[in-house]
Ligand binder design. Structure first.
Ligand code: PRP
Length: 179
C-alpha cells in the first residue's frame, strides 16, 4: 500500500489536530443543541469516528450510503441512495459528514433529498475540499483542508476500494490508476 503513495499530504498528527479543531468549532456553534451527525459512507467512516469524539455535545449519529455511477477517478453525476438514514430528521439539526467535496454532485443531490424532509437546519462538514473541481453550487460549512486537484487516498479515502486504511492522507502515484 505505502509504496503506491507518491507523497504524504497530511500526517496522522495533522489530521488529528485539524479534526479536533473542527469538533471544537461544532461544539461551540451547536451549544445547547443536539445535532444528528450523518455520515455519507463509505469514505467518511474514519473521519466520522474521530470527529464525533471531538464534539462535546449530546449528538446522535446516523449513516447513509450513496453511490455515483462509475468506479473511476471522476464521478459521473448520477447518484443513487444505497442505504438511507435510519432516523427521521424532521425538525432536527443535521450535519452531513463527508470525507471529500469534489464536483459537488453527491451533496447537491443529497441536499435536495434531505431538505425535503424538513430538518430544522442542515450543514455540511467535509474533511477535504477541492473547490477547483466543483461543477455544482455546493459549499461546505466546515472544511478540514482545502486541497489541490490531486488523487488522494487514505484516512477513509479509496482508489478502487483500496487504501482506505492508510492512517495518513497521501497522493496516489499516477502509475497506479493509469495502469
Ligand atoms: C466520494 C466522497 C463523496 C463524493 C464526492 O465518494 O465520499 O461522497 O465522492 O465527490 P463529488 O463531490 O464529485 O460528488 P465515492 O463515490 O468515491 O464513494 P465512497 O465514499 O464509498 O468512497
Amino acid at each position: 500500500m505505502h509504496k503506491d503513495v507518491e507523497r504524504i499530504l497530511y500526517t496522522e498528527e495533522e489530521l488529528r489536530r485539524r479534526v479536533k479543531e473542527l469538533g471544537a468549532q461544532i461544539t461551540t456553534d451547536y451549544a445547547g443543541r443536539r445535532p444528528i451527525l450523518a455520515s455519507v459512507l463509505r469514505g467518511s467512516y474514519i473521519f466520522m469516528a474521530d470527529l464525533t469524539r471531538a464534539i462535546d455535545l449530546d449528538v446522535t449519529v446516523d449513516f447513509m450510503a450513496v453511490s455515483s455511477y462509475g468506479a473511476g477517478t471522476v464521478s459521473s453525476g448520477q447518484v443513487e441512495i444505497k442505504k438511507d438514514l435510519s432516523d427521521t430528521i424532521e425538525g432536527r439539526d443535521l450535519i452531513i459528514v463527508e470525507d471529500i467535496l469534489d464536483s459537488g454532485n453527491t451533496l447537491y443531490y443529497l441536499m435536495d433529498v434531505l431538505r425535503a424532509r424538513r430538518p430544522a437546519s442542515i450543514r455540511i462538514c467535509a474533511l477535504m475540499d477541492k473547490p477547483e473541481r466543483r461543477t455544482k453550487p455546493i459549499t461546505a460549512d466546515y472544511v478540514g483542508f482545502t486541497i489541490p486537484d490531486a488523487f488522494i487516498v487514505g484516512y477513509g479515502l479509496d482508489y478502487a476500494e483500496r487504501y482506505r486504511n492508510l492512517p495518513y492522507v497521501g497522493v496516489l502515484k499516477p502509475s497506479v490508476y493509469e495502469k
